[in-house]
Design a binder for this molecule. Structure first.
Ligand code: BDR
Ligand code: CA
Length: 306
């Protein structure tokens, strides 16, 4: 049995990734944590609780995490996911009692208590991850793998250099990459190959369950943003990272040396991926290929299963 901790910033593609994860068999989710990112952390925490409840999984503890990146200020931009993070799709309010433990503290505890075989997934900025690794650096050794959506081997999406999750908190990436944890990077170079097609939309529109109907409404918003901004088809970034974590091999990875730019104003948040590094210098398995059809099929069957 694989044990999973999910750290995220929901976010529409985070929501799709959560549905995909919650439908997986042979996975026990120890906890889900919200971080600052697509939306302020209070909004992300609220969404995360309601998304879990929508899937009938209010039993999974949900924790509120970092309000601000480690070093830089945070400026909320509602462009991609809307003011509420879910494209204006209101979900029923979860009525489970609130957890009071901070996400970073809870993560350290959950890892210490787990019987082993823990996969840590992050689909938002790495602020909570870095805080947890600083609170208890030994958790890195107890975790099988940290699988992260973020970065790129080529250009970014917020600036020519930087992908959003790294750009929000590049210092946190530096903490995680230098911690010695087994780190898998699922960046834009692969997630840009995985988009929702017209057939996928048609299939989602036919779904009658609550999760399928919420997905349909969220995706209408997300797809309209992509179309309006000229970004092509709506990309399923976070779904790819979740599936690589629970179905290792859905991405083809290469051991690389990854460094993150934190000093240059123009290059802040750039991931510099050296795929020619000597084995002993490699600090990251970088996704270089993806089975896009398998990711889309798995996500669709997950959403239909609720
Ligand atoms: C990443 O940024 C966010 O907007 C998405 O949720 C995804 O995690 C893609 O750059
Ligand atoms: Ca995200």
């Amino acid at each position: 049995m694989r044990h999973v901790i999910l750290d995220c910033d929901p976010g529409i593609d985070d929501a799709l990734a959560i549905f995909t994860l919650l439908a997986e068999r042979d996975v026990e989710i120890l906890g889900m944590c919200a971080t600052v990112g697509n939306v302020p952390v209070d909004t992300g925490y609220h969404n995360l609780r309601n998304l879990a409840a929508l899937c009938g999984r209010s039993d999974i503890p949900v924790f509120r995490g970092a309000q601000l990146p480690l070093v830089r200020p945070y400026a909320f931009d509602p462009l991609v996911h809307g003011e509420d993070g879910l494209g204006g799709v209101a979900l029923p309010e979860s009525d489970v009692p609130h957890e009071v433990e901070h996400a970073a503290v809870a993560t350290c505890r959950l890892v210490r208590e787990a019987p082993g075989n823990v996969t840590w997934i992050a689909t938002g900025p790495l602020t909570n991850v870095a805080l947890a690794l600083r609170l208890d650096p030994t958790i890195g050794e107890k975790i099988d793998r940290l699988v992260v959506m973020g970065g790129s081997t080529a250009r970014g999406n917020v600036t020519p250099a930087a992908e959003f999750n790294v750009w929000v908190d590049a210092e946190a990436w530096r903490v995680a990459l230098s911690s010695g944890i087994r780190f898998t990077m699922v960046g834009l170079n692969v997630t840009h190959q995985v988009a929702c097609t017209l057939e996928d939309y048609a299939e989602i529109k036919r779904m009658r369950g609550k999760v399928g109907q919420a997905t349909n409404r969220m995706l209408s918003y997300y797809e309209a943003v992509y179309r309006r901004e000229g970004w092509g088809e709506a990309k399923l970034h976070d779904v790819v990272a979740v599936l690589e974590a629970v179905q290792p091999g859905i991405c083809g990875t290469v051991p690389c040396r990854v460094d993150v730019e934190t000093a240059s104003p123009l290059g802040y948040g750039q991931t510099l991926v050296n795929d020619r590094a000597a084995r002993e210098e490699a600090n990251c398995d970088v996704a270089m290929a993806v089975d896009a059809g398998a990711v889309r099929r798995r996500m669709l069957s997950a959403i239909a299963s609720f």
